[in-house]
Structures are given as C-alpha cells and as structure tokens.
Design a protein around this ligand. Structure first.
Ligand SMILES: NC(=O)c1ccc[n+]([C@@H]2O[C@H](COP(=O)([O-])OP(=O)(O)OC[C@H]3O[C@@H](n4cnc5c(N)ncnc54)[C@H](O)[C@@H]3O)[C@@H](O)[C@H]2O)c1
Ligand SMILES: NC(=O)c1ccc[n+]([C@@H]2O[C@H](COP(=O)([O-])OP(=O)(O)OC[C@H]3O[C@@H](n4cnc5c(N)ncnc54)[C@H](O)[C@@H]3O)[C@@H](O)[C@H]2O)c1
Lengths: 208, 208
C-alpha cells in the first residue's frame, strides 16, 4: 500500500500539469526540478515518488509532459468517470455540489460526477440541484447500487455523522470524504479522509 | 523561509496532539514513531521536521507531549487569538463561518476568531451570523484596521475573485485563504493558499 502522503503529492503533480494546460503541446518536456518547484517539493522527492510507479522520465531530458499526465491519471484512477454522492444538502453540501457540477461541466479532465444527494429534510427531498436529485436518506443503499456511487461526501451535523457513516459503509461505498468535525470509525477496507478548513488557517498563521 | 510542505506537516503534528486530548496528562511522552503513524509520515520525517526548530525530544525517551504541543503552537503562532475575515457571505461562506464560530466556542486550543464578513448583496449587509457582522465590501479597509483582521477568506464567485483579492491586499492583510477556482496573483509578501475539495476527491479515487 503506497502511503497516503505520496498519493497526495501525485494529486498535486497531476493538478500542476492540468493547470499548465499542456493538452495541446505534444513536444513539451518538464524536469523534476520544474515540476517540484510548481508543486512545492524538492526535485529528488518528485523522482522518488514517480519511480514507485515505473520509469517515466529520461536522464537529462525530463518527463514528456502529456504522457506523464496520462500516467498519473491512470495511477490515480481518474481516467474514467467517478460517481460521487453527498449526504446533507445543507449550506456546505449545496456549495460543494454546485462547485463540483461546475468543474465537471467546464473541464474535460475533471472526472468527478455528482450523482445524487441524500437528506432527511422533507423540504429538500424530491428537489434537485442543477439536475442532481435529492433522495431520502432511507434510499441510500438502493441508489448507491443503481447509480454506482463510489465516493460519498458527508456534510451532516456532527451529532449524526457516525450513524450516517455506518449507513454509507453498509451501502458498499469504499471511499468517504468527511466534513463533520468528529473522529469517525470505519472498517479497515474503507478509506476515510476528513477535510478541515482549520488546517488551512493554521498553515497560513505561520506566515503572519 | 521554511518550505510550505513542512509547515503543513507541523500543523498535522499539532492537530494530532490536540486530538489526543493530552492537556490533562503531564507525564505523557510520545515517540516520533507514534506521532508519525498518527500523522501519516515516517518517524525520520518527524525528527527531521522538528529538528529544524530546535531540540525537543530525548533519544530513546521521545517527546514530552504537552511541551511539544506548546512549542508547536508557538512556532505556528497559534498561541494567540487571530482575527479572521471572510468575503462572500454565500452558501460556502456561511457554512465556513458557522463552522469556525462553533470550533472557537468549543475548544480552547482553537484560536481563529471570526471577526467580520463582507458582501455586496443589500439583503445580507447589516445582518450578522451568530454575532459576527456582515459589512459592505466598500468598508473592508477601515474594518480590517479596526478589527485587526490578519487572515482573509475568499468565498466569492470566480469572476470577481481577483478584484476582491486586490482589495484585500490593499487593506493590508498578509494571508489569504482562497476558495474560488481560479489562479490568483498576489504580491510576494502576501501568502496565499487555495483550498480545493477536488484534491481530496482525487486522493480518495486512488483507493477505489
Ligand atoms: N471541515 C470543515 O472545514 C467544515 C466547514 C464547514 C462546515 N463543516 C461541517 O459540515 C457539516 C454541515 O454544515 P452546514 O453548515 O452545511 O450545516 P447545515 O445545517 O446547513 O446542513 C446540514 C444538512 O444535513 C441534513 N441532515 C441532518 N441530519 C441528517 C441525517 N440524519 N441524514 C441526512 N441528512 C441529515 C440537514 O437536513 C441539512 O440539510 C457540519 O458538520 C459542519 O460542522 C465542516
Ligand atoms: N475550492 C472548493 O473546494 C470550493 C467548494 C465550494 C465552492 N467553492 C467556490 O466558493 C465560491 C463561493 O461559492 P458559493 O456556493 O458560496 O456561492 P454563492 O453564490 O452562494 O456565494 C457568493 C457570495 O459572494 C457574494 N459576492 C458576489 N460578488 C461579490 C463582490 N464583488 N464582493 C463581495 N461579495 C460578493 C454574493 O453576494 C454571495 O453572497 C465560488 O467561487 C465557488 O466556486 C469552492
């Protein structure tokens, strides 16, 4: 199992390449030095990370940018559509959903498709967000199967987050992005990542 | 200047210690091995990072957990209140603001205090979020000075994000947390961090 911090760096390398908009340039090469500078790591770290997955670059020439991008997309499994669900169509959930829909519609390399939202509020159930339906949370298991949802985002209040996570696990989803500010427990075959805006604030505080 | 990726790891070490709720245990020691495992990095990486800032641990004994936590708070400058502002009191802005207020009220180690929101919508200006006022964006410069706002969060639509960022820089703020999905340019003495939920999704996709 490759450590999570390595995967996080690969995601940054891919993002760096996508941001450079290299899609049109067949002849562009990029050195580990340049890729490292843009991603905030050393050139040696770039070479060490990529070497875990195969031989991509040539000594002295660097990496063929377009091929490296395709390789990273394949490693990170973003070379195909991934259906994403979200529980808790509140303020955070709605903002995240609209953001994802916009990115998906604008960028061909962005492959996270919002498939469904889930909530318990009768005012919200039966509505949709730019075409993405809001289902009752009781229908989670059947909708996950029907829509092949592979990642579920948790945007419910902390008090119900563990109970909702257990439902998500029972429905067969193996990857969870959690926003609720509590420590969740999941079985060892489920991958959980807890996002937290305060980490970003703490990082900025250092530079004051 | 310490590289950003090192600061990001220090934030994780601090968060790990805060999450272990060690505040009450004067006699707790933690090894670089255990701290590394909880934070997702190698023991050697922990030692290398901490050594940049001084001698904290003893060979074979580990780090005194409470002292290490205080040292990290001092390094990351979170041993004092930091006033945070936010521009764009929309769905994301409101969710982030309420989240920060709740964390600040619940946890004595959480030192980011929401001081003010800014917006252009007449329906929102003059209101407040749990006591935090929403000011017109034209008043930013004077309110930043009056409230000593040190970090500004950007939660406006991408189309106006650069224009708003320029206003924030003119008002004297040196640290910006950006959520708008565009590349912003800031002067070299301003530190900018762009959060992006799609990075979290891409990291999870690897494990599917
Ligand atoms: N990690 C971060 O950086 C961060 C930032 C902002 C908010 N948050 C967290 O995100 C969560 C959502 O915040 P918000 O501001 O959108 O709250 P909100 O109250 O606006 O939304 C919560 C939604 O969850 C729904 N809900 C409640 N119980 C449910 C259940 N049992 N099953 C299904 N749906 C249920 C509600 O109907 C509502 O639509 C909170 O836990 C908050 O602390 C985290
Ligand atoms: N990075 C991420 O992961 C992520 C996730 C969700 C949303 N977003 C982004 O966050 C931003 C906000 O999203 P939202 O869903 O809250 O949008 P929203 O439309 O609900 O809120 C935008 C707010 O900005 C205000 N505003 C508009 N122009 C302004 C100006 N010139 N000065 C001051 N305020 C102004 C509006 O009045 C509104 O209150 C968008 O750019 C969106 O793409 C990013």
């Amino acid at each position: 199992r490759v450590p999570n911090v390595v995967i996080r760096r690969l995601v940054l390398y891919l993002r760096t390449l996508v941001d450079m908009d290299i899609r049109s340039d067949e002849n562009l090469f990029i050195s580990s030095q340049e890729l490292g500078e843009r991603a905030g790591v050393t050139a040696a770290q770039v070479r060490k990370d990529l070497a875990l997955f195969g031989e991509f670059g040539k000594q002295g020439v660097g990496y063929h940018a377009l091929s490296l991008m395709r390789e990273l997309q394949a490693i990170l499994k973003v070379d195909r559509d991934i259906a994403v669900g979200l529980v808790g169509a509140g303020e955070l959930g709605m903002a995240m959903t609209r953001y994802n829909i916009r990115r998906y519609n604008q960028n061909p390399d962005y492959l996270f498709r919002m498939a469904a939202l889930f909530d318990i509020d009768p005012e919200k159930i039966g509505k949709d967000v730019e075409g993405v339906p809001i289902f009752p949370v009781q229908e989670m298991e059947e909708r996950v199967r029907e829509l092949n949802i592979q990642i579920m985002t948790i945007a419910v209040p902390a008090a119900v987050a563990q109970e909702i996570t257990d439902m998500v696990v029972r429905s067969g989803v193996k990857a969870i992005l959690n926003f609720a500010p509590i420590k969740l427990t999941v079985p060892s075959d489920v991958h959980l990542y807890s996002a937290d805006v305060s980490l970003d604030l703490q990082q900025l505080a250092y530079y004051l």
